[in-house]
Design a protein around this ligand. Structure first.
Ligand code: PGA
Length: 251
């Protein structure tokens, strides 16, 4: 049985104090509402250690939004996977489209990050997804296949079993334009088939595939109702505890 999951991606939002307050609010809210799925929040690096303390003893798990592509050393401003793990974080988002687009993270950089995360005991939440022009050109399936082959299909089956995939069509991120449930299901089924071709049916069946891109309190339930949509990676709507809790309840 694969893990169902709702993960929040705070991106570059919230000061430390605001982030601690949000995590506290979420923890309190989840005392009233026992989640039926894994709940993860991905916070900026500087929040991790403090948020880890806040959520101790709660069902909330912690993620970083990124990690360095180098193990350690003279890389000013970078944060290593080992450092992330040392805060208590268990997951790490890797390959978010904003990292790919604005920080030029290519397949080989992301391959290094995934390996370093795994070596340091972090479970990658690996993001894939096409831009609008690629969907319009009807090459979206090939794009996500290339992204998988470029950065995670080098892994052994044991390593790959630690990876959660997040299908995030770039045209849907932060735009209010959600993929239809049918579009999401079609892509998730394609991704699962692609994983099956590489690692076999059992691994594919066990792989958690999240949907991300303007998933919110209103549309989460119909997205999650699809057999291959195992949960969501939530940006904007994860910044408000009541909305995030509604999404968790939909899973
Ligand atoms: P969004 O972001 O929910 O604000 O569209 C999702 C994401 O980028 O993970």
């Amino acid at each position: 049985m694969r893990t169902k999951m709702v993960a929040g991606n705070w991106k570059m939002n919230k000061t430390l104090q605001e982030g601690v307050a949000l995590a506290t609010e979420l923890k309190e809210a989840l005392k009233q509402q026992t989640p039926k799925c894994e709940v993860v929040i991905a916070t900026p690096f500087i929040h991790l250690a403090s948020v880890a303390q806040v959520i101790e003893g709660s069902p909330i798990r912690l993620a970083a939004e990124n990690c360095a592509d180098k193990a350690q050393g003279a890389y000013t401003g970078e944060v290593s996977a080992a450092m992330v793990r040392s805060t208590g974080a268990e997951y790490c988002i890797i390959g978010h489209s904003e990292r790919r687009a604005y920080y030029h993270e290519d397949y080989s950089i992301l391959r290094e990050k995934v390996l370093l995360a795994l070596e340091n005991g972090l479970k990658p939440i690996f993001c894939i997804g096409e831009v609008k022009e690629e969907r319009e050109a009807n090459i979206h399936e090939q794009v996500v296949k290339d992204q998988l082959e470029g950065s995670v299909f080098n892994l052994t089956a044991e390593q790959f079993a630690q990876v959660t995939l997040a299908y995030e069509p770039v045209w849907a991120i932060g735009t209010g334009l959600t993929a239809t449930p049918a579009q999401a299901q079609e892509m998730h089924a394609f991704i699962r088939k692609t994983v099956a071709e590489k690692y076999g049916a059992q691994v594919a069946d066990d792989t958690t595939i999240l949907y991300g891109g303007s998933c919110n309190a209103k549309n989460a339930a119909e997205l999650f109702a699809n057999p291959d949509v195992d949960g969501g990676l939530i940006g904007g709507a994860s910044l408000k505890a009541p909305d995030f809790c509604t999404i968790i309840a939909a899973r």
